[in-house]
Design a binder for this molecule. Structure first.
Ligand SMILES: C[S@@+](CC[C@H](N)C(=O)[O-])C[C@H]1O[C@@H](n2cnc3c(N)ncnc32)[C@H](O)[C@@H]1O
Length: 393
């Protein structure tokens, strides 16, 4: 059983401890930081051993990346997930890795040309930044501070203003620019006071319709402050973990929808003082924000549950026909919902530019007469499509 170390960290120094630990981990493999993960072996062939052995991930979010996408990897380390994603997105896609530790960036950048040679195209770049502040380009700030170093309080305040200007004029990652944000075992390392803004930043940089796929360590119980202040446990991806529910709730609070657990390890990676720490991979979508219009569309929840509640608080019972706005209708037609619904289009299409606002705060049923039109009074012959092969008539 692990005995807690007596050394404690001042809660304001967590980031420095993390940077120091991963600077060392970039130079030499740190076994204690490794959580075994099965990556797709075909993608590892093009990746140098130095990168593979300094793998400090706990899952594989690259499995959910698709061809031609623009991918952002938060806390990219030596670059393994970026180099895998580079092969999946192909030459039409692009991968950006962000990390705050120079030594990690050095290893990743040194190996990028080797991967390029192996796969035949260059579509990966690594940028220096803090993932809770994805607008601030730390290398650009470094360069500007060399020209005007901080020497006193006045120059410190000027540097603060400069950072704000750089965020606006030259953002490290622009808003609405990324198809999929991935991250592997990093979010837990962000200090508690910055966790909320971290999730907001992920949301900001994603395009509407984009998604986050994040593997991280979560705990099954709240982690005590004493454990959080243990430098070894904090920087070792343990005591900064959010609880399983807190992790999903953080995405929800930032405005994501369709949040789901893609993978949850049954066995904990580690157990400390009775608290289990395990890897999960979750997916969350951006794009439910926007205006709601009435186009007489309806959806039917197929089951198997008796009822479901969506992220806008629409409660739908299995088998019943619900009125939805055009935005919800189109969201449900895509992942992660489409397999759970039947879609009912109105017989007469109402163009979007003629549609009236729809009150999305309520949940209401859609009478079939609304779908067909009040004057609909057709009588038809039997539909051949009902019979196998359409040959029974
Ligand atoms: C556990 S390692 C994971 C590295 C990589 N994702 C992998 O799968 O091997 C954590 C990485 O995140 C970086 N990191 C930690 N906190 C960060 C922050 N706030 N901003 C940017 N990078 C951070 C560290 O420098 C380190 O490279």
């Amino acid at each position: 059983m692990l005995k807690l170390r007596i050394t404690m960290i001042d809660s304001t120094r967590k980031e420095t401890i993390v940077r120091q630990r991963y600077a060392a981990g970039a130079k030499e493999r740190a076994d204690k930081l490794c959580c075994p993960v099965d990556y797709e072996s075909e993608y590892l062939k093009a990746i140098p051993q130095e990168v593979i052995e300094r793998d400090y991930g706990c899952g594989d979010p690259s499995r959910d990346v698709r061809e031609a996408e623009t991918v952002l990897d938060l806390g990219s380390g030596t670059g393994k997930i970026c180099f895998i994603a580079a092969q999946i997105v192909g030459p039409k896609g692009k991968v950006i890795g962000v990390d705050m530790t120079d030594e990690m960036l050095d290893v990743a950048r040194r190996n990028a040309p080797i991967v390029t040679e192996g796969i035949g195209y260059a579509n990966v770049e690594f940028r220096k930044g803090r993932i809770q502040d994805l607008a601030l380009d730390l290398e650009l700030l470094d360069r500007r501070l060399k020209e005007s170093p901080i020497t006193d309080a006045a120059s410190f305040l000027a540097a603060d203003e400069l950072a704000e200007e750089l965020r606006v004029k030259h953002p490290l990652i622009a808003s609405d620019s990324i198809d999929v944000v991935v991250s592997n075992c990093v979010l837990n390392l962000v200090e508690p006071k910055s966790k909320r803004i971290l999730f907001q930043e992920i949301f900001r940089v994603l395009k509407k319709g984009g998604r986050a796929v994040v593997s991280d360590i979560v705990s099954d119980e709240e982690v005590s402050e004493e454990m959080q202040n243990d430098p070894e446990l904090w920087s070792g991806c343990i005591s900064g973990a959010l609880t399983e529910e807190g992790f999903l709730a953080a995405f929800e609070s930032a405005g994501f929808y369709g949040i789901q657990i893609l993978k949850r390890d049954v066995d904990p990676w580690r157990t400390v003082q009775g608290i289990e720490f395990r890897s999960v991979t979750i997916e969350a979508f951006k794009g439910k924000q926007g205006e709601c219009f009435e186009r007489n569309q309806a959806v039917i929840y197929r089951g198997p549950f008796k009822e479901v509640l969506d992220d806008d608080n629409h409660r739908m019972e299995r088998g019943r026909r619900y009125a939805v706005c055009d935005k919800t209708y189109n969201l449900y037609k895509k992942a992660p919902y489409r397999e759970f619904f039947e879609f009912v289009d109105p017989i007469v299409d109402l163009p979007l530019n003629e549609a009236k606002p729809f009150d999305c705060s309520r949940t209401s049923l859609r009478h079939p007469k609304e779908t067909k039109g009040r004057d609909y009074n057709a009588t038809t012959e039997a539909n051949n499509k009902c019979c196998d092969g359409g040959s029974c008539a």
